[in-house]
Design a protein around this ligand. Structure first.
Ligand code: ASP
Length: 446
């Protein structure tokens, strides 16, 4: 065990040193995104044809998520030596997830009340314009997915069950990370009690983990190309639709509201927490995590970004491997600040529209609180995949009896806002790993 601790510790500092000259890579990544946006705008048909490259990159990332999450959580527990030592860092991690999500929701609620994007909006004519087959199909999907929970008790029930699986293989196949994390903690916890009998399997787990991280590092060398293809093809599709600018401009104020809210959380709240707790320089930390943030923007998926977030946090930001292994996989699934902020803001936006149309509809302080609470739960329950927040938003709308009529309004730009909220989600997790790192360091010195 101590061998594992010693080896991971020294590897981590070696790697931090190794990465010092890696600034060019970030420039390539930024260049890839800027180049992709320009290409998509100038030549949208060509842009769409690059979809295959983007899809391959995305699949390569997704391919490592399940083995990486299981091996890294297990090797984290094995490194601790005893699952009970997880108590304090675990409590800090959960406290961090919860408090930052609440801060994000509060920001969302305040900003949407300040900007009032839904007040006086001519929703009827906008909805008429948007009545396309594609949007109808998407709306049907969303409705079908979330026919379930109506009240907070129901949501809670569903969330508790999300932690446990009756079929481990099914959860692996479907990429449900939460039950896999629970299983991995229990399994590795058992291994730590078995003494020498578990030596072979421990070595195997640590080996798988190292191999997965090695693969991610290799993949990152090709990331600028993958990201270029991903961003080019999705923006190309948007520009090819023709009325791209009119969609953006008619909902411009709503988009601005969400972006300002996300901006406050990502550029004020989280950096402040980072600085106060860890004394790390926020600008430095953004730079170190930039590959993960750009990948989150390009993939719109926290799960697909997770391998990159782990790589950046450990290799570039020098967060201890233990904290990375424990905080990031769990964070990618439950800690979604951007999604929580977005869900609260979007639901209140729709409530503002509805209040203008139906004078019977009461929308006061109590409803705002209900939206805040359900948006927090909905974000915890959202999967780390593109536009998952849209699906769990049904929970928030149901909780305050808001009709789904206005959901199509936000569909055409949800894919775009999704990229910003996913980057915020990934940044929230990264800050969390640095915050919790302090308590792991304490365990090591004890
Ligand atoms: N796409 C987001 C993520 O993966 C979830 C969402 O807000 O839709 O983090």
């Amino acid at each position: 065990m101590s061998e594992h601790v010693a080896s991971t510790g020294s590897e981590s500092s070696d790697n931090t040193r190794k990465q010092k000259g890696g600034g060019h890579h970030t420039l390539y990544m930024i260049g890839a995104i800027v180049g992709a946006l320009v290409t998509a705008w100038v030549a949208p048909s060509f842009a769409v044809s690059l979809k295959l490259g983007g899809e391959v990159f995305l699949r390569l990332l997704m391919m490592v998520v399940v083995p990486l999450v299981m091996a890294s959580v297990m090797s984290g527990i094995l490194g601790l030596g005893d699952v009970r030592r997880l108590g304090k860092p675990g409590a800090i991690a959960i406290g961090y997830y919860f408090s930052t999500t609440v801060l994000a929701v509060t920001t969302g609620v305040l900003i949407v009340n300040l900007f009032d994007p839904g007040v006086g909006l001519d929703a009827d004519s906008l909805l008429e314009e948007l009545d396309t087959a594609e949007h109808q199909e998407k709306l049907d999907d969303v409705k079908q997915d979330e026919a379930g929970p109506k009240d907070i008790g129901d949501i809670f029930h569903k969330m508790v069950l999300m932690l446990f699986t009756s079929n481990l293989l099914k959860s692996m196949v479907e990429g449900e990370l939460l039950p896999l994390i629970v299983f991995s903690i229990a399994f590795a916890g058992m291994l730590t009690t078995m003494g020498r009998r578990s030596e072979t399997i421990r070595t195997l787990i640590v080996g798988i983990n190292d191999a997965m991280m090695g693969f991610v590092m290799l993949l990152m060398k090709f990331a600028p190309i993958g990201i270029f293809c991903l961003v080019t093809s999705s923006f190309g599709k948007f520009f090819l639709e023709g009325d791209a600018w009119s969609k953006i401009s008619s909902l411009g104020w709503y988009m601005a509201t969400v972006l300002v809210g996300l901006g406050i959380h990502a550029f004020i709240t989280l950096p402040l927490i980072l600085w106060v707790v860890t004394r790390r320089h926020p600008i430095q930390f953004y730079k170190q995590m930039s590959d993960a943030l750009l990948t989150a923007f390009s993939t719109a998926s926290s799960s697909a970004t997770l391998p990159v977030t782990m790589e950046c946090a450990e290799m570039k930001a020098g967060v201890s491997r233990r904290s990375v292994e424990f905080v990031l996989p769990l964070g990618a699934t439950v800690n979604m600040d951007g999604t929580a902020l977005y869900e609260a803001a979007a639901a209140i936006f729709m409530a503002q529209i509805h209040a203008g149309i139906d004078p019977e509809f009461t929308f006061g302080f109590t409803e705002q609180i209900i939206i805040a609470v359900t948006a927090t739960l909905a974000a915890i329950g959202a999967a780390g995949i593109p536009e998952a927040g849209l699906v769990t938003m049904m929970i928030v709308l149901n909780a305050v009896d808001l009709p789904l009529t206005y959901l199509p309004l936000i569909l055409p730009i949800d894919w775009l806002l999704d990229r910003f909220r996913t980057a915020t989600n990934a940044f929230g997790d990264s800050v969390g790993s640095a915050v919790v790192d302090r308590s792991f360091k304490k365990i090591e010195t004890d």
